[in-house]
Ligand binder design. Structure first.
Ligand SMILES: *Cc1c(COP(=O)(O)O)cnc(C)c1O
Length: 434
């Protein structure tokens, strides 16, 4: 599933040892495998090859320019959620005309910019947004391609913070009123009703909710095709990945968590959905984010201290929640493995960062190998919603990012200089002279 593995007791990313990257670039350090990125893209692309399709990578999961470029070269389009992301696509050499623009809060300026760049479609989330897009397009004497996002009211059965397809969520248009809204949109002169869209949630590990949602909306999609000649149906992203995994260390199996059994593979996904989608004779769009970038990245961190209290063994590392917020934000699990494989009996440990928040932890009471100051740990499957969600909280600089390709590697984001954290700040002119 990914290109992080042990070779002679050393953690490797493709053909590069993590230890060598640490030596050159320090920690905390994000490391991405180009091969994992392209392989995941290709596997999904091939699984749905029988359909007229376009995979639009949801770049909010990892928008490093090099990641975008890698996927653009592999043939991917993009799912963007802001002007900034669309500008990134262009800066990375991607194609804005193969990009869809999603999100509940598009500003007039963002709509104007996206129209100018010729985005493939705006995925519309409210009636007010339809009116706004129509108005902006009229001002530019253009027709804006749109798709309305259906909220199918299907529970994706995932974490509350990443469920999007029920009426408890802010996303999409309630299933029952979608048709009326298309009828209204058809009267707006500067809109081109190009498609229909949905996205029910993230980190889905079973195909059933996808299937249920698609089955529910198919009659409506067929009707919209008949009435308005829509060309595409986007079924969104959300394919889950394996976070708990065993790494083989030499001939031994690593002590990491057991591999989860029901992995939603692209092949299972395609097998369940193709029979539903093929007869539609529409172009099918997919918007995978995590599936492509998640397993492709690791966050490498140095052990600074080990602190034993009455009950606990705290491993204090130099990465923190500002670098990877997922455990604090989504209670999520990241496999943690040593950069140099270690034997011996595992010790129940809490791996924590240096930030002054109780939420600043990566795991609690987890059996980990005994480590000490100067050892290095890797948090696996940190490629999605990792670096992109980082901040400079506690005035900690943004980490460096490395892309590995075979035996080569490149710094694809340099470590932020500490002074640059406050580069855009200033002291109010009325402050006391010193
Ligand atoms: C976030 C998002 C995605 C990507 O979700 P993943 O779980 O990372 O695949 C796709 N489509 C929309 C509309 C999104 O908001």
């Amino acid at each position: 599933m990914h290109d992080f593995h042990y070779g002679q007791g050393q953690l490797m990313c493709e053909g590069v040892s993590i230890a060598s990257l640490i030596k050159k670039h320090g920690t905390p350090l994000y490391v991405y495998s180009q091969n994992t990125l392209t392989q995941h893209f290709k596997r999904l692309d091939q699984a749905i090859a029988p359909l007229d399709h376009m995979v639009c990578y949801a770049m909010k999961s990892n928008s490093n320019l090099s990641v975008i470029r890698t996927l653009a070269d592999a043939g991917s389009g993009f799912d963007v959620v802001s002007e900034g992301e669309l500008r990134r696509v262009i800066a990375a050499g991607g194609d804005p005309t193969r990009s869809v623009f999603a999100g509940v809060g598009k500003t007039a300026q963002e709509i104007q910019y996206a129209l100018k760049q010729g985005v493939y479609s705006f995925n519309v989330e409210s009636e007010a947004e339809l009116e706004r897009i129509n108005k902006v397009a009229a001002g530019m004497k253009r027709k804006a391609p749109i798709a309305i996002r259906i909220n199918p009211n299907i529970d994706a059965g995932t974490h509350a913070k990443i469920t999007t397809g029920t009426y408890e969520n802010k996303f999409g248009i309630a299933f029952e009123v979608v048709e009326k809204l298309y009828a209204h949109a058809a009267k707006l002169k500067n809109l081109h009703l190009r498609g229909v869209q949905m996205h029910i949630g993230s980190q889905l590990t079973e195909v059933t909710p996808f299937k249920k949602a698609i089955e529910k909306v198919i009659p409506l999609v067929e009707k919209l095709k008949r009435l308005y000649g829509i060309e595409f149906f986007s079924i969104g992203g959300g394919i889950g990945i394996v976070y708990k995994q065993a790494l083989a260390s030499g001939s031994e199996r690593w002590w990491g968590s057991k591999e989860s059994k029901n992995i939603l593979t692209p092949e299972l996904y395609a097998k369940a959905l193709l029979p539903l989608l093929k007869p539609l004779n529409l172009r099918i769009l997919l918007e995978p984010g995590r599936f492509i970038s998640g397993n492709a990245g690791a966050l490498i961190s140095r052990v600074e201290y080990v602190k034993r209290t009455g009950k606990k063994n705290f491993v204090i590392v130099d990465a923190a929640m500002n670098d990877l917020i997922r455990p604090a934000f989504y209670d999520s699990f990241h496999e943690i493995v040593p950069v140099s494989a270690k034997g011996g009996k595992p010790v129940s440990s809490d791996v924590v960062g240096p930030i002054c928040e109780s939420g600043d932890y990566f795991c609690k009471d987890r059996p980990l190998p005994k480590v000490g100051e100067g050892d290095y740990l890797a948090l696996l499957s940190a490629g999605a919603y990792g670096s992109v969600m980082s901040s400079t909280y506690n005035s900690r600089p943004l980490t460096a990012e490395i892309l590995v390709h075979g035996k080569k590697h490149a710094v694809v984001r340099t470590r932020q200089k500490i002074e640059d954290i406050w580069r855009d700040e200033s002291i109010a002119p009325w402050a006391r002279n010193i």
